[in-house]
Design a protein around this ligand. Structure first.
Ligand SMILES: [Zn+2]
Ligand SMILES: [Zn+2]
Length: 93
C-alpha cells in the first residue's frame, strides 16, 4: 500500500528541470518546470513571473533586462530635449 502511494505521488508531481525536486511551475522564459528553490520571482507590471535560475543568470530578474532601465534613463532626457527643441522651433516659426 505504501509503495502504491509513493508511485502515485511520483507520477502526479513533475520533477524540477534543474535539480529533480517536485516542480511548482514553468519558467516564464524557457518553460522549464522548476521547484521553489530553483526559481526567482520577478515582479512584472501585471503579474509575478517565475524565472528559473538558469535564465535568471542569463537575463536578470527584470523581463526587459537591465538594458530597458538604462535606455529609459538615457532616452528620457534626450526625448525631453527633442520635444523642447521642437517647441522652440514652433514658437519661432
Ligand atoms: Zn529545483
Ligand atoms: Zn528558464
Amino acid at each position: 500500500m505504501s509503495g502504491q502511494l509513493q508511485l502515485v505521488g511520483g507520477d502526479s508531481d513533475p520533477p524540477c528541470g534543474l535539480c529533480g525536486a517536485v516542480a511548482v511551475g514553468p519558467c516564464a522564459h524557457c518553460r522549464t518546470l522548476v521547484c521553489g528553490d530553483c526559481c526567482v520571482l520577478t515582479e512584472g507590471s501585471v503579474r509575478t513571473w517565475a524565472i528559473c535560475l538558469r535564465c535568471d543568470k542569463k537575463k536578470g530578474r527584470n523581463l526587459l533586462g537591465g538594458w530597458g532601465l538604462v535606455l529609459l534613463w538615457v532616452g528620457a532626457p534626450i526625448l525631453a530635449l527633442v520635444l523642447f527643441g521642437l517647441l522652440l522651433g514652433m514658437c519661432r516659426a
